[in-house]
Ligand binder design. Sequence first.
Ligand SMILES: NC(=O)c1ccc[n+]([C@@H]2O[C@H](COP(=O)([O-])OP(=O)(O)OC[C@H]3O[C@@H](n4cnc5c(N)ncnc54)[C@H](O)[C@@H]3O)[C@@H](O)[C@H]2O)c1
Length: 383
Amino acid sequence: MRILILGGDGYLGWPTAMHLSAKGHEVIAVDNYLRRNLSREENCEALYEVPNLQRRASLWKEASGHEVAVRIGNLCDWSFTADIFQEFRPDALVHYAEQPSAPYSMKSREAAALTLQNNLSTTFNVIQAVNQFAPECHIVKLGTMGEYGTPDIDIEEGWIEIEHKGRKQKFLYPRQAGSLYHTTKVLDTDLLWFYVRMWGLRVTDLMQGPVYGVETDENAGREDLYPFLNYDELFGTVFNRFIVQAVAGYPLTVYGKGGQTRGYLDIRDTLQCIRLAVDNPAGKGELRIFNQFVETFSVNRIAEVVRKSGERLGLKVEVKSLPNPRKEMEDHYYNPAHTGLIELGLKPHYLTDETLDRMMQLVMRYRNSIVAERIFRGVKWKA
Ligand SMILES: NC(=O)c1ccc[n+]([C@@H]2O[C@H](COP(=O)([O-])OP(=O)(O)OC[C@H]3O[C@@H](n4cnc5c(N)ncnc54)[C@H](O)[C@@H]3O)[C@@H](O)[C@H]2O)c1
């Protein structure tokens, strides 16, 4: 298949580009380096240097013989986007190209405006370009489990049947996001659902939980092909952050009571899920939604398993509760369904001591590059 990876320089985009090219697909990775530029502006670059996208594509070609073509540009720019679709006419695309940080989106008016404009414009341009140049193209879109929030009832996989005064209909499961970033994902889903109904697009919307890890089958033993490992509050995900905090001797930053529970997955499972979605496309006029995570953890539990991993490796790890800078429930019911991807064939990599220890050992090799002031800044949800 011809597959576009939008956001192909990102934490997940680059491993996906390698993975799908290794499976024999023709892949173009598109990116405008927004993530790198924001990290630099905010003084929160990743733990180790990551070569630019063109350089990584050459390293990957040398290592594997597989090709990833690269286009650098802004997907909010219609003529740039239209040119790529017109030239390539993809069979499928994976849309990662968004500003993905909740704290960044809550940091200032400017950061909120960038997040809203960027995320909705890329999604809008993708929809328009598919309709105009590749109407059969399967859109695989990254949403987030955060679209649902933490309701006091079970979370279904995207849809819920509602019975009202004796009549029934299936609707999108109610959304109540907890940050502006998550709200842009809710708006994306609405936009996609609207155009699926109007234009019969094929869409898979993946409600993904936070991802951890950097090692995949394609980059094993090749640290120059690893994706970013951010450990700062803005762009780091919680497992990755806690592991770096443990190595740095920085008390693990649990917010409030630490009962915040979410669904997590190993980066290798992100790749499996994307491949399964691509190999089994949504039907024409279908908005198919999967909840993309394999197991749930509370923040307290994550702190505990990271602390134990640190102990196994001779580190003394402290856990500290901080006043919660966010507005969120710290103790809540959480029971989301996640059977769709398993039914498609997902074989989960559940978190093991070995996985955690390998990550910890990787970070220990970069111990001297950790900049402690990047770890916590306490972006408040309400000033
Ligand atoms: N990482 C996670 O744990 C996680 C969890 C749930 C959902 N997601 C979603 O998955 C997607 C990928 O996440 P990630 O962690 O790889 O983020 P990332 O920031 O590393 O990757 C996104 C990439 O898109 C690029 N991009 C953004 N706007 C663009 C534009 N206008 N034009 C071209 N490129 C643009 C960025 O430069 C970046 O390289 C995001 O949409 C994110 O919201 C991620």
